[in-house]
Write a protein that binds this ligand. Sequence first.
Ligand SMILES: [Zn+2]
Length: 211
Amino acid sequence: MIPKYIVLHHVASSNSDSIENQNTYAQTLKYKRAYHDVIRTDGHLIPLIDHTEVIGHCGVDHNSQSLTGKTSNMNSIGISVFGNYEIAKMPDAQLKGLIDSIWSISQELNIPLGNIIRHKDVIGNQTQCPGRYYPYEELLTALANSMIPKEFKFTAGQSAYELDGLQKFMDKDVVNIWGNTSIPIRSFFESMGYEVIWNQQTKQIECRRLE
Ligand SMILES: [Zn+2]
């Protein structure tokens, strides 16, 4: 399998806080092949099975070849975290480990930001996984800030555009100027988290990334 999606899970158990318990649990998971990797509460990643292997992390209804193209067990890897994020907040160390791990995995496998989804986003799944307190938005924001964009799609007459499959918005539309489809550069850079300044003295447009 060549993975196209990363599906995010939690193990939904709070009794896994000691490293020993986590390792034992990981062994069990490897046997069951529940996830490809799992991240401990201290942020360390435990690899369970090779990313090219198909496992059942999306659920049995998502095994079919016909679902390939949508997210299924056939085209995705499952990355889990120890803890129950339906009832608790993720510790800082684990969040940092999660961001670092998902960043390296997505770079290595060339998986765009829009293809990093939660278990509950897999169409047809009746699950709350990875839990209501799972820091999904925080993860995506951190990844967006560290990823090199691979693909932009702009549409004439629209202010919405696509960045690696994610929808982003400018405060002005893409317009036609003298026969050229033109992107409003200030709106674009601002939507990417840059500050834009017109320097009257040097006649330069200065775009600086806001930290
Ligand atoms: Zn799950």
